[in-house]
Write a protein that binds this ligand. Structure first.
Ligand code: XMP
Length: 224
């Protein structure tokens, strides 16, 4: 079975790049890929991203949670676009002058767009989740490759799966944030994003093998 795990690489200050390059090499055959965000970019810059890319040929996702006007998002991404397979942006910025232009740019360079539909933290309920059907409308108009929905609220994943059968769903929130490995997959996600549960483990390889086993079980239970 192909792994459904995407590892979130979120370095704390002072961590060496070598640590992540060797982690990526050691996990490469066991995971679907890796995701980096602003902590990684501020720590190691574009050269760090290039090094991570060189350590594993799995999926590499830039999670900058973009939420700006079109030309600024494109300008931001132009620095990293040669090294990533996918990019995460917020859906609430809407289409004209925002996501339409971003999608056009990403299509032209063969990089996948992933939109945040709901977040894993509780504050997502304050603004984002009460507007979820409108965010799904945005997604439906744009048909990005992927959508992010939280493993911490499986009922939200089921809702997104029902409304967007065409989407690849990525579910963060597994481990430290409270969801168990397999919760997101069971609810209809395609991948679970896992950070500290793996990256802070004394034996990341064993933890990933265990998560892969939980995913296989979840897939059997959901009948897929
Ligand atoms: P941990 O260590 O909690 O890390 O497993 C979680 C990772 O996932 C990201 N994250 C999210 N990304 N929507 C997103 O697009 C979300 O709701 C969300 N919640 C967590 C977080 O940035 C970290 O890399």
């Amino acid at each position: 079975m192909e792994s459904r795990v995407i590892i979130a690489v979120d370095p704390s200050p002072g961590t060496s790049l070598d640590r992540w390059v060797s982690l990526a090499s050691s996990l490469c055959d066991l995971v679907a890929g890796f995701k980096v965000g602003l902590p990684f970019m501020f720590s190691y810059g574009v050269s760090g991203l290039r090094a991570l890319r060189g350590s594993c040929d799995g999926l590499l996702i830039a999670d900058f949670k973009l939420a700006d006007v079109e030309h600024v998002m494109v300008s931001t991404l132009s620095h990293v676009i040669g090294y990533v397979d996918g990019v995460i942006a917020h859906s609430f910025i809407g289409l004209k002058g925002g996501l339409e232009g971003l999608k056009g740019y990403l299509d032209s360079v063969g990089v996948r767009l992933i939109l945040v539909i709901s977040m894993s933290h509780e504050g997502s309920l304050d603004v984002i989740d009460v507007n979820i059907d409108r965010l799904l409308w945005v997604a439906d108009r744009l048909k990005p490759w992927g959508l992010v929905a939280p493993a911490t609220r499986p009922q939200v994943i089921s809702h997104v799966r029902g409304r967007a059968p065409w989407a690849v769903i990525l579910a963060p929130g597994v481990g430290v944030q409270g969801a168990r490995p397999g919760d997101g997959i069971r609810a209809g996600a395609d991948y679970e994003i896992v950070g500290r549960l793996v990256t802070e483990a004394s034996n990341p390889v064993e933890v990933v093998k265990w998560i892969n086993g939980e995913h296989a079980r979840a897939l059997r239970e959901r009948g897929g």
